[in-house]
Design a protein around this ligand. Structure first.
Ligand code: HEM
Length: 447
C-alpha cells in the first residue's frame, strides 16, 4: 500500500474529526429533511422546524400528558413528529395499537436505533432493545420457554415464600417499604433465574442492576440525548466540552455488561462444581450440554439477563404503585375507564360484585403484538400474590404520629423509561393481633 498518500489519522487533531462528523451529520439531516418534506402524507402532529423538527416541543417530563393534549388538538390517536431528523409515530389508543402492532405486526415489530443505550452503555444484549431480527427471535424463544403460562406457575412457591419474607420485614422496618419492595423483586427474579439467594438491599447483584437500570431509564427516553439523533457524536472523546454523556455511558456500561456476565459465570462455575441449585439458567445450560457454540451460549446468557433486567424493578415498583407503566393515555381513556385518574377498583365490578365483562382488563400495560411483554404471566402472578398478602396483613395508612412531617403520597411520578412514584411516607399497620405470629411462623416454615 502507498503509505505516502494514505491519511495518518493520528496526525489529525480530534476536534477536526469531531467537526467533520458534525458537518456530515448536519448535511445528512438537511438532506433527510428535504426528502421528508416531499414524500407521502404522514399522521397529524405539531408543526416541525427545519432540521431540528419538533425537538424543542418534546416534553422533558410527564410526556403522556403532552401526548394526550396533542391527540385532542390534532384529533387523532396516531400522531407524527420528528426530532433531529428522526421520525416518530406515537400510538395513543389501545385500538390503534392493536390495529398496527398486532394486525400489521410484521411491519411494526422493530426497535429504533438507540446509540446511547445500546452502543455506548452496552444494552444491545437486551432483547427488549434488539431490532426485529434472528437474534431477537432466538433470544425471545429461549426466554419464553421459561415464562409461558405453564412454566410461570412453577414460580408461585418462590413468589409466595419471598412475599412472606416481605411481610416479616415490613413488620420490623416499615419505614424501608420502598427498598423492601425492590428487594422482593430482586429476590424473586434472582432466585428463579439463577438460583441466587438475595437477602439484603445492598446485595451486589441487586445494586448493580439498580445502577444499570438508572442508566437505562435516562437513556431509554426519546429526546434525552443528542447522540440518539446524531449518532456520529458517539465518537466524541470524553474530554470534549459537553461530552458528559460519554463519561456517564462508560460508568453505566460496567454494570450493564456485569448484569450478563456476573450471574452467568456464578451459575456456570456452580454447575461445573456440581453444586448448582435448580434455576432457569441451570436448565438452559443443561439443555445446551457440551455444545460450546458461542452464539447459543450468548443467547441463553442474554435471555437470562433479560429476566434479571425485566424482573428486577418492575414487579416491586408496580407493587409500590399498581399503575406504574400503566400510566399511558390508552389506559386513561375516559371512554373505557370513566374518571380514569381516580383509584376505583370497583370500576371492574358489576352491581352484583362480579367481574364486569364490559370493562376490559388493563392488558395494554404489557404491550402488543410480537413484542408483548413475555414476563407478563409471572409478573401478574407475583403482583397478585403480593397485593393479596399485603392487604391481608396490613392497613396501609398515612402515618399518624410521625415526628417529622414527611411527604404524602401525591400520585406524582418521576420521569424516565420506567417512572417511579415520587417518594412518600406511609404506615403499614397490622390488621389484627394474629398477623404478627402468623407471619413469623409462615417465614420460619417457609412453606
Ligand atoms: C407488571 C410488570 C410489567 C409490566 C407492566 C411490563 C410491561 C412491558 C411492556 C409494556 C413491554 C414492551 C412491550 C412492547 O414493546 O409492546 C415489555 C417488554 C418486556 N418485558 Fe415486561 N413488564 C413487566 C414485567 C416483566 C417481567 C417480570 C419480566 C421478566 C421476567 C419482563 C420482561 C420483559 C422483556 C424481556 C421485554 C422485551 C420483549 C421484546 O422486546 O421482545 N417484564 N414489558
Amino acid at each position: 500500500m502507498d503509505t505516502h498518500n494514505a491519511i495518518s489519522y493520528s496526525s489529525v487533531p480530534p476536534w477536526a474529526l469531531v467537526g467533520l462528523a458534525l458537518l456530515i451529520s448536519t448535511l445528512a439531516l438537511v438532506y433527510g429533511w428535504r426528502i421528508r418534506t416531499k414524500r407521502l402524507p404522514v399522521p397529524p402532529g405539531p408543526k416541525p422546524w427545519p432540521i431540528i423538527g419538533n425537538a424543542l416541543q418534546l416534553p422533558k417530563e410527564k410526556e403522556w400528558l403532552t401526548y394526550q393534549d396533542w391527540s385532542h388538538e390534532y384529533g387523532s390517536d396516531v400522531l407524527y413528529f420528528t426530532s433531529w431528523g428522526r421520525s416518530h409515530v406515537l400510538i395513543n389508543s389501545a385500538q390503534a395499537a392493536a390495529e398496527l402492532l398486532e394486525k400489521r405486526s410484521t411491519l411494526y415489530s422493530g426497535r429504533p436505533r438507540m446509540p446511547m443505550l445500546n452502543e455506548l452503555i452496552g444494552f444491545e444484549w437486551d432483547f427488549a432493545f434488539m431490532p426485529y431480527d434472528d437474534e431477537w427471535k432466538d433470544t425471545r424463544k429461549a426466554f419464553t420457554q421459561h415464562f409461558r403460562p405453564t412454566a410461570a406457575v412453577k414460580y408461585r412457591p418462590i413468589e409466595t415464600q419471598k412475599t412472606r419474607e416481605l411481610l416479616r420485614d415490613l413488620l420490623e422496618t416499615p419505614e424501608d417499604f420502598v427498598e423492601l419492595m425492590r428487594l422482593l423483586s430482586g429476590k424473586i427474579i434472582m432466585g428463579l433465574t439463577y438460583g441466587i439467594d438475595v437477602q439484603k438491599t445492598d446485595d451486589p447483584y441487586v445494586s448493580a442492576a439498580q445502577r444499570a437500570l438508572r442508566g437505562m431509564n435516562e437513556a431509554g427516553n426519546v429526546g434525552t440525548y443528542l447522540v440518539d439523533f446524531i449518532p456520529a457524536l458517539k465518537y466524541v472523546p470524553e474530554w470534549f466540552p459537553g461530552a458528559r454523556f460519554r463519561r456517564e455511558a462508560r460508568e453505566w456500561r460496567v454494570d450493564a455488561e456485569g448484569m450478563v456476565s456476573a450471574p452467568f459465570n456464578a451459575v456456570k462455575s456452580a454447575v461445573e462444581n456440581g453444586n448448582a441449585v435448580p434455576s432457569m439458567l441451570h436448565s438452559m445450560l443443561e439443555a445446551v450440554g457440551e455444545d460450546t457454540d458461542s452464539y447459543r451460549r450468548r443467547v441463553i446468557a442474554n435471555a437470562a439477563a433479560a429476566a434479571y433486567e425485566g424482573g428486577s424493578e418492575t414487579v416491586g415498583h408496580l407493587i409500590c404503585n399498581i399503575e406504574d407503566r400503566l400510566k399511558r393515555a390508552m389506559l386513561h381513556d375516559p371512554v373505557v375507564y370513566p374518571d380514569p385518574d381516580r383509584f376505583m377498583p370497583e370500576r371492574f365490578l358489576t352491581d352484583k360484585g362480579e367481574l364486569d365483562p364490559d370493562v376490559p382488563e388493563p392488558a395494554a400495560a404489557f404491550g402488543f403484538g410480537r413484542r408483548v411483554c413475555p414476563g407478563m404471566y409471572m409478573a401478574s402472578d407475583s403482583l397478585w400474590i403480593t397485593a393479596a398478602s399485603l392487604l391481608w396483613a396490613f392497613r396501609i395508612e398515612k402515618p399518624k404520629d410521625r415526628k417529622n412531617e414527611g411527604p404524602d403520597c401525591t400520585g406524582e411520578y418521576t420521569f424516565g423509561l420506567v417512572s417511579y412514584p415520587v417518594p412518600f411516607e406511609c404506615a403499614f399497620n397490622p390488621r389484627s393481633d394474629n398477623v404478627i405470629p402468623l407471619v413469623y411462623s409462615a417465614t420460619e416454615d417457609n412453606i
